[in-house]
Write a protein that binds this ligand. Structure first.
Ligand code: F0G
Length: 351
């Protein structure tokens, strides 16, 4: 049967109200790509898979939660959605709202959103508002305004976002017929780690798929869950997870604890190095934040805190590299300019 989207495949396992009317872009069903070269680079002897969430319709995992949240809002005739965002949620909310014929308003931290995300939000017709402040300031504002006015909040505080994002865990279990031993993923506002843990627990109850240990990874300059308190001025090259006060921080810590996993921090250098390694060894280009889970895995293996031998590890790569081209272009060797004839080309290539 042709694939018809997440709510169609997994809706019966999601806690969505009966009024929900499906708005879908055929999100989900993303590949679980074996990463043998990277596994070898990290010492080998274990199976490593990349769940490439950048292949969702708007280029990030946010589409999983957004199909659920917008479908619920659409079903009760809401006319406008709003979110605070470091970029990906904004693009996703705007796309699903467009498809539902609804308006979208997105609040982003000024100057800190990658080009591909801002362009996406604009292309899908969102009203984009820049806040002279951080993501955390923007989130406080959207909570306040939705408490006062009939506008639907589609940040991951919205429980239907979490319901939709549980499907990532279901897909992994369906693909490898059990939960992996370890799940590594980046942590920003902490919705995704909470959703994955809820999804694995649910699948384990109904299908005895087992549970993974969860390794959540924050950027060192925005690591409130590692240092134990909110970060006033978070800073990282991984702008998607530049968040100092995660809304679902408690749940993330609980997921790490219950799963016998942990939440650690990776430096910007470690994150960007992993982004490059993944692209060059495996042909998978992700945005910086999306490499954080793998960067954390490398750190834990290197420090002898995690022995992956004989294990199955899945890393969630949350967004596509095309979202943030500037970071690569900035460091790129400038392409050579050659006259348009064969001998000029031969000289350059063959020396
Ligand atoms: N990776 C990417 C590419 C993201 O965009 C985000 C979050 C995360 C990881 C972290 O996920 O927040 O559920 O812990 N981006 C949000 C946004 C904050 O506004 O797009 P989380």
């Amino acid at each position: 049967m042709a694939y018809s989207g997440l709510l169609s495949r997994y809706g019966h396992l999601l806690n969505l109200p009966p009024h929900t009317r499906t708005i879908s872009l055929l999100e989900g069903d993303t590949p679980l790509i074996p990463a043998d070269y990277l596994s070898r680079q990290l010492g080998g002897g274990f199976e490593l898979f990349i769940k490439f969430e950048g292949l969702n319709p708007t280029g990030s995992f946010k589409d999983r939660g957004m199909t659920a949240a917008v479908s619920e809002a659409f079903g009760r005739n809401a006319t406008t959605v709003i979110c605070a965002s470091t970029g990906n949620t904004a693009a996703s909310a705007a796309a699903y709202a467009a498809r539902a014929g609804m308006k979208s308003i997105v609040l982003i931290p000024q100057g800190k959103v990658a080009a591909g995300k801002l362009a996406g939000a604009a292309a899908y017709g969102a009203r984009v508002i820049q806040i002279e402040g951080s993501f955390d300031d923007a989130l406080t504002m959207v909570i306040e305004i939705t408490n006062k006015h009939p506008i639907c909040l589609v940040n991951s505080i919205n429980p239907y976002r979490i319901e939709g994002q549980k499907t990532g865990a279901f897909e992994i279990c369906d693909a490898i017929e059990s939960a992996p031993d370890w799940l590594c993923l980046p942590v920003g506002n902490a919705g995704n780690i909470s959703a994955y843990w809820a999804g694995f627990k649910q699948y384990n109850e109904i299908k005895s798929t087992g549970l993974p240990q969860v390794l959540g990874v924050q950027a060192a300059g925005a690591a409130p869950l590692v240092i134990g308190h909110a970060v006033e001025n978070p800073e990282t090259v991984a702008t998607a997870i530049r968040i100092g006060k995660p809304a679902r921080g408690e749940q993330a810590l609980q997921a790490a604890e219950e799963s016998n996993g942990k939440i650690i921090a990776a430096t910007d250098t470690q994150i960007v190095d992993m982004q490059k390694l993944l692209a060059r060894l495996e042909g998978i280009w992700v945005e910086p934040a999306s490499a954080a889970g793998l960067a954390g895995l490398a750190i834990e293996i290197e420090n002898g805190n995690l022995n992956p031998k004989g294990k199955r590890v899945v890393a969630i790569c949350t967004g596509h590299g095309l979202k943030d081209p500037d970071i690569v272009i900035k460091d790129m060797v400038k392409p050579q300019v050659v006259m348009p004839n064969l001998s000029a080309l031969e000289e350059v290539i063959l020396g």
